[in-house]
Design a binder for this molecule. Structure first.
Ligand code: ADP
Length: 441
């Protein structure tokens, strides 16, 4: 029952009482009878009013419960607002702050008491205020702004980068009543972004430097190759002369020129290969060939190197299907690099070469009993110009390009190379290659 229904009911009872009084004044009946009728009528009216009162009381109770639930809800939202990890502000449409949560007061370094009533624009640096104002104007139309990045100020005038999201609060008719602001301090994110950008720029510069280096290496090695081939050719020509036309000393000198020129040429070839690989300009000459034969002949070619050091080379080829498609010169180069390292860095024991097949892939395993590589050095071993022990390497010779070339070639062939090693125990290099390599261009 609502208030107007109750008023209606009271009005009806009053009308009935008035009617009774009228009746008593005009009725010819004895007064006891009239009294009796009136009492009866009054009783009925009282009962009706009691029922109405009960209903009103019940409704009151319900209203109280609803109000209580509303209070609880409001309190909960207030706590959420207050303890939210982001700064929340409520302003009127002029931008005057009406409410601020704790994070907001911490962010702007100002107490609750002083933030309320201030204009939000006070926390915007002067050079940004024009932009801020025009955003406020545009808010009238667009009603909402997401992640608007703008510098802001604390009360102590320290600037920080903020990301702001604003929503408009409207009344029932849809007229803007104020704005709800979510303000996030993104200074750390911005700094991280700037650092990332700086790293990206540095990377670009490094890439450019690497490109220039490769280009320089390519040009230089190409230029060196021509005179080196001339030295090789002419010294070979000299050595072809009959023995008696050449004093022994001169002959040994030419032999030394020839072997040095060969070493230099190999080195130049390595540099050229590496620069081509790095620049992605090396093409594989794909053909079908017998891997077992290639491994056997390559090992034979290096056999005398091992013999000079009293090392044995064991070869174990387990291939049901030895035909593969790849660039045979480049596979040979991989094998030569790994095998000559194994011989170079082993003084006692042996070098084992194993070839096997795993489904559609073949694997070359080169294992030695040499000086080994420490765990710390293993990580960088495939990087160009990396040599574990410069003094040792000087003793053994080498450029530090062999493994880098192996790594790059294997990648080009869509294979992989791994190494396991222990100091003073030896190293095992495993090269896994697809049985059929496809062209990279
Ligand atoms: P280089 O042999 O010309 O120095 P590599 O790239 O072939 O260059 O090898 C890089 C370094 O890795 C070598 O200087 C050596 O320190 C180490 N290394 C390579 N293979 C072996 C091996 N089988 N045993 C021990 N150390 C090795």
């Amino acid at each position: 029952m609502n208030a107007s229904e109750l008023t209606q009911q009271i009005k009806a009872v009053r009308q009935r009482a008035d009617a009774l009084e009228n009746h008593a004044n005009t009725s010819p009946l004895p007064s006891s009878e009239i009294l009796h009728d009136s009492l009866e009528e009054l009783n009925t009216a009282l009962e009706e009013l009691r029922v109405a009162e009960e209903e009103v009381r019940q409704q009151n109770e319900e209203l109280r419960n609803i109000r209580y639930a509303l209070d609880v809800e409001r309190q909960r939202y207030k706590e959420l607002f207050d303890f939210a990890p982001d700064a929340y502000l409520v302003t009127n449409t002029e931008g005057k702050i009406l409410e601020a949560n704790r994070t907001a007061t911490t962010l702007f370094k100002i107490s609750q008491k002083y933030i309320q009533g201030k204009l939000l624009i006070n926390f915007v640096p002067e050079n940004q205020r024009r932009a801020f104002r025009s955003q406020l104007i545009s808010l009238q139309q667009i009603k909402q702004i997401q992640d608007w990045e703008i510098p802001m100020l604390t009360r102590e005038q320290t600037e920080f980068d903020a990301a702001i999201s604003v929503t408009t609060m409207c009344d029932r008719e849809g007229n803007p009543q104020g704005w709800c602001w979510l303000i996030r301090d993104i200074t750390t994110r911005k700094q991280a972004e700037e650092q990332l950008q700086a790293i990206r720029n540095e990377n670009l510069q490094l890439q450019e430097a690497t490109r220039l280096k490769s280009q320089f290496l390519a040009v230089m090695s190409h230029e060196l190759r021509t005179p080196m081939n001339a030295i090789l050719g002419f010294s070979q020509l000299l050595l072809r002369h009959p023995y008696n036309q050449f004093p022994t000393q001169a002959r040994s000198m030419v032999e030394r020129i020839l072997s040095s020129a060969r070493r230099l040429l190999a080195l130049i070839e390595d540099i050229l290969d590496f620069s081509k690989l790095e620049a992605g300009r090396l093409e594989l000459n794909l053909e079908e060939f017998n891997l077992a034969e290639l491994v056997t002949t390559t090992v034979q070619e290096l056999y005398c190197l091992a013999q000079q050091k009293n090392l044995t080379i064991n070869v174990d080829i387990n291939l049901k299907e030895p035909q593969i498609i790849n660039d045979s010169d480049r596979v040979r180069q991989i094998l030569v690099n790994l095998l000559s390292n194994a011989i170079k860095f082993t003084d006692i024991g042996n070098v084992n070469v194993e070839v096997l097949e795993i489904q559609d892939r073949v694997m070359l395993i080169i294992k030695d009993t040499g000086i080994g590589i420490s765990e710390a050095d293993l990580k960088n071993i495939f990087q160009e110009f990396r040599q574990v022990n410069q003094c040792l390497t000087r003793k053994h010779g080498g450029t530090g390009l062999g493994l880098a070339i192996v790594d790059q070639l294997v990648r080009l062939m869509k294979g992989s190379v791994t190494v396991e090693s222990k100091l003073a125990e030896g190293s095992t290099f495993r090269v896994e290659l697809p049985r059929v390599v496809h062209s990279n261009h």
